[in-house]
Design a protein around this ligand. Sequence first.
Ligand SMILES: C[S@@+](CC[C@H](N)C(=O)[O-])C[C@H]1O[C@@H](n2cnc3c(N)ncnc32)[C@H](O)[C@@H]1O
Length: 245
Amino acid sequence: MKKVVIFIYGAIAYIIFLIAFLYAIGFVGNIYVPKTIDSGTEPSIMNAILINLVLLSVFALQHSIMARPAFKKRFNAIFSQAMERSTYVLLSSLALILIYWQWQPITTIVWDVENEIGGYILTGIFFLGWLIVLLSTFMINHFELFGLAQIFDNLKNKQTAHPKFQTNYLYKLVRHPIMLGFLIAFWATPVMTIGHLLFSIVTTLYIIIAVKYLEEKDLKKFIGEDYETYQKEVPMIVPFTKIKS
Ligand SMILES: C[S@@+](CC[C@H](N)C(=O)[O-])C[C@H]1O[C@@H](n2cnc3c(N)ncnc32)[C@H](O)[C@@H]1O
């Protein structure tokens, strides 16, 4: 019975993640969804910056703290290990929904590509970014990354294996294609407002810090020498650059 409850919990967490992920495309791209990065009533610029920084910090803290091995160990000592990834996915999605809900627009325009073809190209690059994110999750292990493998294996009394260390496909081009996809999607826009720019700058800084000082530190500890060789051979986020770390 407990395993079925955990399964339902994980399935609900995944559905909420899917909704939050799809909403993110509309939110950042100012398309399809009711509340976007540039819509809503505009408060004073200082209030908007302050509230938006708090919202992004909530996401960054949740995301970074819950991804650390020490946190996972504590979680698993109290709850079923099968719930750990789903809980991470659920709380990340809720933090995203909080951003969509409370984000304060600052609509002063930084750039506006009026050329129609230029606009289409940037929109195309924007969607390409999201596609890179989605495809890269499958290159690691989409179902493990979002907790589905764990809740399925738990039903079958099986321990979920760690995803294989991936160095092929997009992971041959850069060490962090998922983050590369996000960066492309956040920056490629025909119309950049101050609010969107704030979002892009803060998320870019967060991604670089989190990847370099948190995720790679854990990966080096977990994978060892093979990861260090990988760092020497493959650029971190920008393809074809010589800067490896
Ligand atoms: C949200 S994913 C982001 C992965 C990577 N930073 C990226 O941008 O593609 C985070 C998980 O991916 C795992 N991971 C990172 N690089 C990996 C690789 N080359 N092969 C397998 N798993 C990896 C990390 O251990 C972590 O559990």
